[in-house]
Design a protein around this ligand. Sequence first.
Ligand code: G6P
Ligand code: MG
Length: 214
Amino acid sequence: LPKACIFDLDGVIVDTVPAHFVAWKAMADELNIPFTEVDNEQLKGVSRTESMKRILAMGGMTKSNIEIEEMTTKKNHIYVEIISKMTPDDILPGVVEFLDLLDDNNIAIALGSSSKNAPVILEAVGLAHRFPVSVDGNQIAHSKPHPEVFLLGADRLGLSPSECVVFEDAISGVQAAKRGNFKCVGVGDSTVLSEADVVIPDMKNIDLTIFDNL
Ligand code: G6P
Ligand code: MG
């Protein structure tokens, strides 16, 4: 068994993927840049500023840093408006049961998220106390696929990457885990997350056998 599991937040612990998409789509619409859920897949795990730059690049546009800052602030207002209504009902199915199972087996639990909103979201859904080690977008310089967020998590756990398993729904997040020498469970579509060591469709009904094939 691993000594710890490090979880991504958005799309693994809580169902915020649609809210991010709606907010980015609003910004893309304003710029007349076509933006679909398929495009959004590439932005999962990527920081706010980098996401904005990628949307601009999709439209062949460039903007000054000040304009990018204004647009990301606006996007975040739309996003925060949506997530401010979050409750424990927005925890993805199976998550609480799996965290309980890890606790019962003395496997440590940590968060590794690119989101600056992570602390607010964990509070809103009542899970803050389940993540004594929590690394988020406020604490890192390099967004996924850079492994910094997970390396810092392992460091705070006092463990090496090989002792931890990362759970990720984003292509960039799986890449970050692998670059950091972590084992990685992909959560979602196995064709999209093909770089993960094992892929599960969602967090439902996971037991300790998940660690057998890593
Ligand atoms: C996560 C999400 C991304 C989001 C990023 C930054 O990685 O998957 O879609 O852009 O966090 O989130 P923030 O809440 O800081 O804008
Ligand atoms: Mg995610």
